[in-house]
Structures are given as C-alpha cells and as structure tokens.
Design a protein around this ligand. Structure first.
Ligand code: R2B
Ligand code: URA
Length: 310
C-alpha cells in the first residue's frame, strides 16, 4: 500500500515552510532530535537554523567538514578571527553537522538505515526552524556501470536491487512503499553547470540503490559469493540496458523521504570505478580524494549561482 501525501496534498501547501506528514509532532511539548544532539526544548532552533536554504549530506564527517570549509571560501563566508567550524552534532557521536551561512552540511554514514534516521531528524529540524524551501543534496561515491572512475552521475530516479522505483519499509507488520522520485529540473540544472574544462563528464541516469556493497552489488570479492563472473556481467549488462548507470547505497531512501516531505533533492555521485571492468577499488587514495571533490565543486557552483554570487 502507498503512504505519504500525494501531489494534490502537497500542491495545497500555500507557503514555503517544510510540512511534516505527521500530526503528532505539533502537539509534542518538545521534540528531541536524538541523533543530532539537538532539541526543540533545549535549543532555539529558529535562531540557530532558520536561515538554512541548502542541506548537503555525504558519507563521512571529514569529507563534509572539508566541504564546509571549501564552501566558506566559495560563498565568501567569514568565521570570527581565530575560530574554527564547529561540529554542531559532535555530542551525538553519530553524525557530524557544520553550518556555513545558509548551508548545512551533514555526514550520513553508510546505507539506507543510517541516512533514513538522519533524514527524519533533518526534515524535522527544517520544520522546527521554519526553514523556507530548503534544497537537499547528497554528495557521494558510487560504482559506475559503463562509466570510468572519476566521473559524475546525477540520479534521475532511484531503484532498489529488484529494479523497483520505491523504498519498501516494514511498518506495523506491513510493507509500506514510498516512491523514490527526484527533482528532474534540479538534476538537469546541475548537469548544465558543467564547464568545458572540467576534468569529469556528467551523466544523468538511473541509480540502483542496494542494501550491501558486496553481494548486493554483484561483487565477486566479498567474504561470500555463490555466482559466477558471467552471472555478474549478465546482470550488470542487463541493468545497463535499462539506463541504470551507477550503484550506491542511499539514493532510494534519500529520494523517497525528500519526495514525501515535498523537498527538492538531488543525488550527485562520483564513480570510483567502472563495474563492467572489476570490483575492487584499486585507485590510489590520493586520486580518490581528488575525485571526491567533484560533487562538491558542482554543488558549490549551484549554491553560488542560486545565491546570486559571481
Ligand atoms: C557509496 O559508498 C559507500 C560504500 O563504499 C556507500 O555509502 C555508498 O552509497
Ligand atoms: N560505493 C558503492 O556503493 N559502490 C561502489 O562500487 C563504489 C562506491
């Protein structure tokens, strides 16, 4: 059965605020955002976050911290002399969070359960803080399918390992399905920001989101494997024919929860390898870190342009 509000319901929203599809929150005395180490009772969330317009998330705390510093340069945001960026969620020991003017950067960990918990709390944070029309970005890594390492993929829509375009979640003993729809306009706007001398290509296509990095992505190099290289290649070629151009582990949930909340979202991933040529991530660390700056470069370009900065 389907869940969440439909197009009609969302179109009836007459303001830019983030609305929760949950009648219980408004009646709560306080809401504790446990994994962010924030709360509507303990913090003035409007004072702290109402200016947020862009929410950027990626797997690791370090990458999101360096993205925050990079953004600071790009948008000309200055910290008071002698200070450093604060990890606002450091007390949670779960996720990291850095704020640079209108941009909030989070780490989301690996996989659907981790990004899902974060999204519930960040969407509620947007609601409590009365943020207007925030845009969400996931900046990540992925395995390319027919795309060499060091190139960008922007997700047009996400599917699960059975090629189904929704997130399926057991709720009260029944399977609930949330459609994994992303903003096509936003994906194309991002793609159009590519400059001729960028060292990467940009492909807009479908993303397969899996529950595992090894067997779940058809790798031959996990601790277990009961299929052949031929089985693997047949599958990868089959999904490639269906315009699936990469595999990663969060897009399905990211797309589904953004869509249900009526929030525009985009998933921008750099390929670490072409899965048609292998399974191991063998590229030197130094090169990998350079590649992981490519999604950041593109998203920073989008934010600058959107803010009306040169
Ligand atoms: C991409 O990279 C991680 C696995 O290495 C996972 O979080 C993902 O989606
Ligand atoms: N992340 C994934 O999920 N898969 C890959 O192959 C590379 C990065």
């Amino acid at each position: 059965s389907n869940s969440g509000h439909d197009e009609e319901e969302r179109d009836s929203f007459d303001d830019a605020n983030v609305h929760l599809c949950n009648p219980h929150i408004a009646g709560m005395e306080q809401d504790i955002l446990y994994h962010l180490a924030l709360g509507s009772g303990s913090h003035d969330l409007v004072e702290m976050f109402s200016d947020v317009r862009y929410v950027c998330m990626g797997g690791t705390p370090k990458r999101m911290e360096s993205f925050a510093y990079y953004l600071m340069d790009e948008i000309g945001y200055k910290l008071p002399a002698g200070t450093t960026l604060l990890d606002i969620s450091h007390m949670s020991y779960r996720y990291s969070m850095f704020k640079v003017g209108p941009v909030l950067c989070f780490s989301h960990g690996m996989g659907i359960p981790s990004v899902g918990i974060l999204l519930h709390e960040v969407i509620k944070l947007m609601y409590h803080a009365q943020c207007k029309n925030p845009i969400f970005f996931r900046l990540g890594t992925c395995g390319g399918i027919g795309i060499e390492g060091g190139n960008l993929v922007i997700t047009e829509s996400a599917v699960d390992g059975l090629l189904r375009p929704y997130l399926e979640l057991p709720v009260l003993g029944k399977l609930q399905r949330k459609p994994a729809i992303l903003d096509k306009q936003l994906a194309n706007d991002l793609k159009n920001l590519r400059l001729d001398d960028d060292p990467f290509s940009i492909t807009v296509g479908k993303t397969m989101c899996t529950y595992d990095f090894y067997e779940g992505q058809g790798r031959l190099d996990g601790a277990f494997c009961d299929y052949t290289e031929e089985d693997k290649l047949n599958f990868l070629k089959k999904i490639h024919k269906e315009n699936i151009v990469n595999m990663e582990m969060e897009s399905l949930c990211f797309a589904a929860l953004c869509h249900q909340a009526g929030i525009r979202g985009a998933v921008i991933c750099v390929t670490l390898l072409n899965r048609l040529n292998g399974d191991q991530v063998a590229t030197p660390k130094e090169t990998l870190s350079n590649w992981q700056e490519y999604p950041q470069l593109l998203v920073a370009r989008y934010i600058k342009k959107n803010m009306g900065l040169p």
